[in-house]
Write a protein that binds this ligand. Sequence first.
Ligand SMILES: C[S@@+](CC[C@H](N)C(=O)[O-])C[C@H]1O[C@@H](n2cnc3c(N)ncnc32)[C@H](O)[C@@H]1O
Length: 248
Amino acid sequence: MTYGKDFAAIYDRRWAFWGPKMWAFLHPLVRRRLPHARSWLDLCCGTGSLLRLAKRRGYTVTGVDKSRHQIRHARKNVPGARFVRGDVRRLSLGGKFDVITCMFDSLNYLTVKRDLLTAFRGAHRHLAPRGIFAFDMNTFEGLEDRWNNTTATQDRGLTLIVENTFDAKRALGHCLITGFIRTKAGYRRFQEEHIERGYRAEDIERLLSKAGFVFKKCDGNSLGRVRKRSGRLLYVCRKRAEGRRRDS
Ligand SMILES: C[S@@+](CC[C@H](N)C(=O)[O-])C[C@H]1O[C@@H](n2cnc3c(N)ncnc32)[C@H](O)[C@@H]1O
């Protein structure tokens, strides 16, 4: 199991910065391209760091996540928002959304291409006709370059050891997270193994096109121009106009 009780409880201490970073990039873009947008759906929403900001700006927000523990923290972080526990491969929310996001390499957890296509199709089904779908993903090159290290950090009663390895043959990154949380009685230990697939840009783009999207992309870390070995890509997608050929 990933994103269990202990990991979800400490997630925001280390990883909540991503929501505000993405908000600062995405919100001006949404305002420019879709000034009348009202509804915002965040897939794999985690603890709600992006939706908190969207709600504050008046959007009607919905979050979906597979982990009931992440959802529990999201409900606390974003009171009044709608959160649904569910799998991004089986989306069925009823209704359409102006903006759909899926941030912080959440889609890399789908380790077979068929599942990634299913998730893209789900986003397409739930997107309003002129809506925007944005997501970021770790690339094959990103995992190859970065997922070969071990880090250990200690901060306010939490020790976290993160061991990353990458199997280039299978394009799979393994991330073993071991945590020690200080308690009154001593330390409580938890461990989770996360597996992400490193996707090549051409595979992501072929599947997006198959699902009915056209897109623009940038480097997902610098948010600037795509580089030869961009470790993360951020895509901003719209529905392809009906009748347009897939390869046009
Ligand atoms: C790296 S976290 C990102 C969370 C959040 N988007 C953020 O920016 O902080 C990945 C999240 O994806 C969720 N997740 C992974 N696979 C999923 C799936 N198949 N369906 C729904 N949620 C999933 C996890 O539970 C976790 O909360």
